[in-house]
Design a protein around this ligand. Structure first.
Ligand code: GSH
Length: 226
């Protein structure tokens, strides 16, 4: 298996956590998003959306982090990343999707670049955009988690796909200086997860391609003519 990865990508971070939880090793190749390597023709052959992560398994190129994580869960069933009950599976998937479909896409690099280059939105407003969509999502997720609080994680006594998505999103929130005080349950789950080596070792700062860990805006400030 080969994981096409970028240290700061929270979608790739999800897959790194899942691989670690499963104890599955993957060769790593790094796609430098700030340099635009995700749009290189040979990379677009692997992932036509121009995103990381991509997991290459033999001749097959798997894309979309949640599809990759469910693939890993099917191929390597232990430890399971989905609970046994159908309603409980729906709950953890709902948390994962609230992050992966409703928060994260609005703060993606290409969206921030579009705000900057096409719409001339300057850094303070872009950062506020970024924080706004996390806040909107976290308010709802916090109440959903509080209503189902059953253990140290999003659901039950072991991490699920919900935790695999939540921890990278909290990392993004911290990077943009979002005040997490209103979300005590999210903070407690993040702390519990990061106490596990599978999560801690997948953190952006611990990746071989890690660079400066400042705000996203610094990354996208390039001439508008680009
Ligand atoms: N829904 C996709 C999202 C992947 C994604 O947005 N990846 C970001 C990094 S977190 C990316 O590659 N962005 C490149 C760009 O915006 O140009 C997934 O879950 O895999």
């Amino acid at each position: 298996m080969i994981l096409f990865d970028y240290f700061r990508s929270s979608a790739a971070y999800r897959v790194r956590i899942a691989l670690n939880l499963k104890g599955v090793a993957a060769e790593r190749r790094f796609v430098h998003l700030r340099k635009g390597e995700q749009r290189a023709p040979d990379y677009l052959e692997k992932n036509p959306q121009g995103f990381v992560p991509t997991l290459v398994v033999g001749p097959v190129h798997l894309t979309q982090s949640l599809a990759i994580i469910e693939y890993l869960d099917e191929k390597f069933p232990l430890p399971p990343l989905l609970p046994p009950g159908a309603e409980d599976r729906a709950f953890v998937r709902a948390i994962a999707l609230a992050i992966a479909c409703d928060i994260h896409p609005l703060d993606n690099l290409r969206v921030l670049q579009y705000l900057y280059k096409q719409l001339a939105v300057e850094e303070p407003a872009r950062d506020e955009w970024y924080r706004h969509w996390i806040r909107e999502g976290f308010v709802a997720i916090e109440s959903q988690l509080a209503a189902r609080a059953t253990g140290p994680y999003c659901f039950g006594d072991t991490p699920t796909i919900a935790d695999v998505c939540l921890v990278p999103q909290v990392a993004n929130a911290n990077r943009l200086g979002l005040d997490l005080a209103p979300y005590p349950r999210i903070r407690a789950i993040d702390t519990a997860c990061l106490a596990l080596p599978a999560f801690a070792d997948a953190q952006p700062s611990r990746q071989p391609d890690a660079e400066y860990m400042g705000s996203e805006s610094i990354e996208i400030n390039q001439p508008r003519s680009n």
